[in-house]
Design a binder for this molecule. Structure first.
Ligand SMILES: Nc1ncnc2c1ncn2[C@@H]1O[C@H](COP(=O)(O)OP(=O)(O)OP(=O)(O)O)[C@@H](O)[C@H]1O
Length: 483
C-alpha cells in the first residue's frame, strides 16, 4: 500500500492548496531559468512542516521538465554532491532534455562551516537550487544573502479538511465528518500529519478513530522512531531514531519485537532481526543487573542499526502495532465494544480521562489475573458484567470465581445496608417520639400556668440562671457524696 502522502501529492501547481502568494513568486523564478538565469539563483521555501514546500518543488519540476536531485543538508556528503551536480549541470542529461534542479532539504541544518562554500556554489550555479527550511532565520546568513525567500503559510483547518475530503472521495470510502474534523484539528496546520492520521484511522477502523488518535498522541514519538528504523538501511540514521525519545530501551524493544514480522517477510531476515533484538535484550539485562548503563548504548545500537539492516523490508505504508501488553486495537468488534464499555465505566467511576482509563484497564487486567479478591471489589465498584469480567481475566473460570466473590460482597453490602436503614429508622423514630413528648410536656405546663392564672413567659436569661443554680446544687451534692 502506497503512503497516501505520496499517492495524493499534487503533481501540478494548481492543485497545491492555499499557497498562492508563494507560487506567485516561485513561477516567474523558474520561468527565468527556462530562458537563462534569474538574478538570485537560489530560493529558500520557508514555512511550517507539511505546508507544501516539497510538493511545490516536484510539481515545478514536473511542469517545467526538470529532474530533481534531492539532497539533505544535514548529510556531511552533501557539499561534494552539490558541487558534482552543479558541474554536471553544464551538460544536459542523457535524454538531452531535462535539466537538473537541486533541492536541498533542511537548509536550516547546514553547518556554519560549510555555509560559505555552498554560497560560492550558488554564485556559480548554472541550474536552479531550491532549499527548504522550517526556520529560515537559522539558514546561515551567507546563504540567505544569495537566495530569495518565499514564505509558506501554515495551512488552516479548512484547507486540511478540503484535502482530506479529496482523498476519501478518491479512495471511495466513508469517514464521518467529525472524525475528519478531529484529524484536521490535531494536525495544527501540518497536512502530512493529517494525511498519515487519516490513513492510520482508515486502516485501523474508523469506529475506533478516537482511540487510535489518542494512542498516536501518546506514542507519536515511538511511531516516528519505528518509522525511521524500519524505513532505512542506513545504520547511522537508524541509531538517530531513538534520540529524544521518551520511551525506555525496554519499551522500544517490546515495540520492535511486536512489529518485526510486519516489516520483514523473508524468514531469514526475520530471524536476523530477532537475533539483533535478542542481543540487545542481553545487553539490557546486563546493564540492569550490573548497573553499568554504558551497555545501553550497545543495546540501542543492536536494536536500531541491527534491526534496520536485517534484510529486505516491505515497501509502502507501514502500520505499527503496540506490544501485546498495550495492545487493544486488534480485538474483534465484540471485544472492542466490551472494552469500550469498561473504559467508560472506569472514566465515570474513577473520574479519569480516556487515556488514563485505558491505562488503568491494563493494570486491572493484571489484577484480575492475579488477585481475585481485589478484582471482585473492583468489579462491584464499577458494576462490571459477566462479559466484562471475562474480558479482563481472559479466563472463564477466573471470571466465574470473581463473579462468586462479587455475589458475597453484594450480600454483605445488602446486610450492612439493611442494618444501616434499620438504625436510621430507629434514630428517626426516637427523634419523633422525643419531639412528641416535648410537645405534650409543654402543653401540660401551659395548662398549669393558665390554671394558676399567671401565664408568664420564662425569659431565656432567667432560664439560664435557673440552670446554673441547678448545676451549683448538683456540684454541692457530688462534693458532699465524695466526702
Ligand atoms: N498546500 C498543500 N496542498 C496540497 N497538498 C499538500 C499541501 N501541503 C502539504 N500537502 C500534502 O502533505 C504532504 C507533505 O507535504 P510536503 O512534503 O510538501 O511538506 P513540506 O512543506 O515540504 O514539509 P517539511 O517541511 O516537513 O518537509 C504531501 O503529501 C502533500 O500531499
Amino acid at each position: 500500500m502506497l503512503p497516501w502522502t505520496e499517492k495524493y501529492r499534487p503533481k501540478r501547481l494548481v492543485d497545491i492548496v492555499n499557497q498562492d502568494k508563494a507560487l506567485e513568486k516561485v513561477k516567474p523564478w523558474i520561468e527565468q531559468w527556462v530562458h537563462g538565469a534569474p538574478k538570485k539563483k537560489a530560493l529558500i521555501l520557508a514555512g511550517p512542516p507539511g505546508s507544501g514546500k516539497t510538493t511545490t518543488v516536484y510539481a515545478l519540476a514536473n511542469e517545467y521538465k526538470f529532474e530533481v536531485i534531492e539532497l539533505n543538508a544535514s548529510d556531511d556528503r552533501t557539499f561534494g554532491k552539490i558541487e558534482r551536480y552543479l558541474n554536471a549541470a553544464y551538460t544536459m542529461d542523457v535524454f538531452g532534455r531535462r535539466r537538473k534542479l537541486i533541492f536541498l532539504d533542511e537548509a536550516d541544518n547546514i553547518e556554519p562551516s560549510g555555509a560559505r562554500e555552498i554560497a560560492k556554489l550558488i554564485t556559480k550555479a548554472r541550474n536552479p537550487i531550491i532549499m527548504s527550511a522550517n526556520r529560515y532565520w537559522e539558514v546561515p546568513i551567507e546563504i540567505r544573502n544569495k537566495a530569495e525567500i518565499v514564505e509558506y503559510k501554515r495551512l488552516t483547518q479548512r484547507d486540511i479538511l478540503k484535502a482530506l475530503f479529496r482523498i476519501i472521495k478518491a479512495e471511495g470510502i466513508f469517514v464521518p465528518k467529525e472524525v475528519l474534523q478531529m484529524i484536521a484539528k490535531r494536525a495544527r496546520g501540518d497536512l502530512r500529519a493529517a494525511i498519515n492520521d487519516l490513513q492510520t484511522v482508515v486502516s485501523g477502523g474508523v469506529e475506533d478513530a478516537e482511540l487510535i488518535l489518542a494512542y498516536r498522541d501518546v506514542e507519536k514519538s515511538i511511531f516516528e522512531a519505528l518509522g525511521t528504523i524500519f524505513a532505512t538501511d542506513n545504520a547511522k540514521r537508524a541509531k538517530m531514531a531513538l534520540m529524544n525519545l521518551d520511551n525506555t530501551p525496554d519499551e522500544v524493544l517490546l515495540w520492535l519485537d511486536e512489529n518485526i514480522p510486519y516489516v520483514y517477510y523473508k524468514p531469514e531476515d526475520i530471524a536476523r532481526a530477532y537475533d539483533a533484538l535478542s542481543r540487545a535484550d542481553i545487553y539490557l539485562g546486563r546493564a540492569k543487573r550490573s548497573g553499568s548503563y554504558g551497555l545501553w548504548k550497545y543495546a540501542m545500537d543492536m536494536m536500531t542499526a541491527g534491526v534496520a539492516v536485517a534484510g529486505v523490508k516491505k515497501k509502502g505504508f507501514m502500520r505499527f502495532y503496540p506490544p501485546k501488553t498495550l495492545r487493544i486495537l486488534r480485538d474483534t468488534k465484540e471485544e472492542r465494544s466490551i472494552r469500550d464499555s469498561i473504559v467508560k465505566k472506569i472514566m465515570k467511576g474513577m473520574h479519569m480521562s480516556k487515556l488514563e482509563a485505558i491505562e488503568t484497564m491494563q493494570i486491572f487486567k493484571a489484577i484480575f489475573a492475579n488477585n481475585l479478591d481485589v478484582a471482585a471489589h473492583i468489579a462491584v465498584f464499577l458494576e462490571l458484567g459477566d462479559k466484562e469480567l471475562e474480558f479482563l481475566t481472559e479466563d472463564k473460570e477466573k471470571a466465574a470465581k470473581i463473579k462468586g466473590k462479587t455475589l458475597s460482597i453484594h450480600r454483605k453490602l445488602k446486610k450492612v445496608k439493611t442494618e444501616l436503614e434499620a438504625r436510621v429508622e430507629e434514630v428517626i423514630g426516637k427523634e419523633k417520639e422525643e419531639k412528641a413528648e416535648g410537645m405534650d410536656k409543654k402543653s401540660e405546663k401551659e395548662e398549669a400556668v393558665e390554671a394558676e392564672g399567671k401565664k408568664e413567659e420564662i425569659k431565656p436569661k432567667e432560664e439560664k440562671e435557673a440552670k446554673e443554680k441547678k448545676k451549683d446544687k448538683q456540684a454541692t451534692l457530688f462534693e458532699f457524696l465524695k466526702k
